[in-house]
Ligand binder design. Structure first.
Ligand code: BES
Ligand code: MN
Ligand code: ZN
Length: 495
């Protein structure tokens, strides 16, 4: 991971592969003009030719003489009045991608455009913070399975350091480090294919986080059976991989804990309600909720947040083996309610309700947040831009909305109207695990709500955001680590 250093050095004297100069649209002034006079006015030439005028995400590299840096990377911030923290984050991502492309090993950031800006943005951190965040997030790569490629030989060399020049702002670099490492950690887990990310391996990974501050407890199939987790075990029945019900406890604060529950289906074939072959390979990412929760735990320990936090990952595969659950089967749950499993592909909600039942029984939480790749309908509704949020507690949801605005891990609230209860009526059991085609994003959440009772609870559906089919400004194709930064920010603000 890239090293960040804050130094009181000027642009003229820093020795670096690439000096990054962010500039507003049309803003050829100040530091930029001063530097330009030392390097033969080639920045002016770039402006005059129209090749670089400072539009957002515009970038140009100049090889230079006259100062210590060997290159300048001009980076457009766009119009000052249009600038947002997210646009700065994207510029950081853009810079990282360009520097990766040219094989730069180290870089330095001029903050002179930023220093004028810090109050204007109306966010919690300084402009440089978001830029560094973009760089750090964009430095991620997943090359575990590329043994001899260029990618893996280049990896040890790529962008080792970023020096922040003359920043007048206070930048919590440790926070950035912990959060972006946690994001990378979650992405690795999600990108790893299901044969190497079984419930057993996920449990080992969770256990590796155990320390003086974190207690890990893994419930085996027989333990889950003793706890009455009929819904969770119904999902596990069709696979030879043993299920692992993972619990991590971090008790460094006072009062009732917050419980994070992450859906952890290490592969979702749909079970006997089998999914179509097309796109099924993507269902390795059905544990992205669990991965996010582990990432959050890791960061919370590193940051030493003073709070009580429990992570629960009900991990299993959903496969159609010979002993798989049949559509129409009825199971019992920790809560005591019975569920008709009308569709074995609606398995996420089944593992979540037993995890929530367990959480309520043993931890009496002050709040439960579940995060899950729960429904295809989530992406139908919101595309890949926001998670769907539903819950029974407005205050919690307001807090999450604030954290979403700050981190740009966006949430969009959907309703849980009482009328949805009817959609889930079963002819044979207390409730059915599907509510029909219409409203399947909200009926999935409503199903969970029926098991939550009066504990404050929020559900985050990340089916549309946990995996990206395209490269984005600071998130490459593949796992996105969504939810990690959101939840860390939320937890940090809670106590
Ligand atoms: N894991 C899927 C949801 C999903 C779909 C996530 C696509 C990411 C991308 C979930 O278990 C599922 O299969 N949901 C079904 C529910 C339906 C059977 C009621 C769905 O959304 O189609
Ligand atoms: Mn499914
Ligand atoms: Zn699933």
């Amino acid at each position: 991971m890239i090293k960040i250093a804050l130094k009181n050095l000027s642009e003229e004297i820093v020795k670096t592969d690439a000096l990054i100069i962010p500039l507003f649209e049309g803003d050829y002034s100040g530091t930029c003009r001063r530097l330009d006079s030392l390097i033969g006015n080639y920045i002016k030439t770039a402006f005059d030719s129209g090749e670089f005028i400072g539009k957002h995400n515009q970038a140009t590299i100049l090889h230079i003489n006259g100062i210590k840096a060997s290159r300048i990377l001009l980076l457009g911030l766009g119009k000052k009045e249009d600038l947002t923290a997210e646009k700065i984050r994207q510029c950081g991502g853009k810079a990282a991608c360009i520097l990766k492309g040219i094989g730069a090993k180290d870089s330095a950031l001029s903050t002179s455009s930023f220093n004028a800006l810090n109050r204007h943005l109306n966010v919690e951190q300084s402009a440089a913070f978001y830029f560094i965040e973009g760089v750090m997030l964009a430095s991620y790569r997943f090359d575990r399975y590329r043994k001899n490629s260029d990618a893996s030989s280049a990896k040890n060399n790529f962008l080792k350091g970023l020096t922040i020049l003359n920043s007048k702002a206070d930048i919590p670099v440790d926070y950035l480090k912990s959060t972006s490492w946690a994001v990378a950690f979650a992405k690795d887990l999600v990108n790893t294919p299901s044969n190497d990310m079984t419930p057993t391996i996920l449990a080992q990974t969770a256990r590796s986080l155990a320390s003086k501050k974190i207690r890990a407890k893994i419930l085996e199939r027989k333990d889950a059976d003793r706890e009455g987790m009929g819904a969770y075990l119904a999902v596990a029945k069709g696979s030879d991989e043993p299920p692992k019900f993972i619990v991590l406890e971090y008790q460094e604060g006072k009062g009732a804990p917050v419980v994070l529950v992450g859906k952890s289906i290490t592969f979702d074939s749909g079970g006997l309600s089998l999914k179509p072959a097309d796109g099924m390979e993507k269902m390795k990412y059905d544990m992205a909720g669990g991965a996010a929760v582990l990432g959050v735990m890791k960061a919370v320990v590193e940051l030493g947040l003073k709070l009580n936090l429990i992570a629960i990952l009900p991990a299993t595969e959903n496969l159609p083996g010979g002993s798989a659950t049949r559509p129409g089967d009825i199971v019992s749950t920790v809560s005591g309610k019975t569920v008709e499993i009308a569709n074995t592909d609606a398995e996420g909600r089944l593992v979540l309700i037993d995890a929530i039942g367990y959480a309520k029984k043993y931890f009496k939480p002050r709040a439960i947040i579940d995060i899950a790749t729960l429904t295809g309908a989530c992406s139908v509704a919101l595309g890949n831009e926001a998670m769907a949020m539903m819950g029974n507690d407005d205050e919690l949801m307001e807090r999450l909305k604030k954290s979403a605005a700050e981190t740009y891990e966006r949430v969009w609230q959907m309703p849980l109207y009482e009328e949805y209860k009817d959609y889930l009526k079963s002819d044979t059991a207390d409730i059915k695990n599907i509510g029909g085609r219409n409203g399947s994003l909200v009926t999935a959440a409503y199903f969970i709500k029926e098991f939550v009772g009066d504990t404050p609870w929020v559900h985050l559906d990340i089916a549309g955001t946990a995996f990206s089919e395209k490269d984005r400004a600071y998130t490459s194709k593949g796992a996105t680590g969504i939810g990690v930064r959101l939840l860390i920010h939320f937890l940090k603000g809670l106590y």
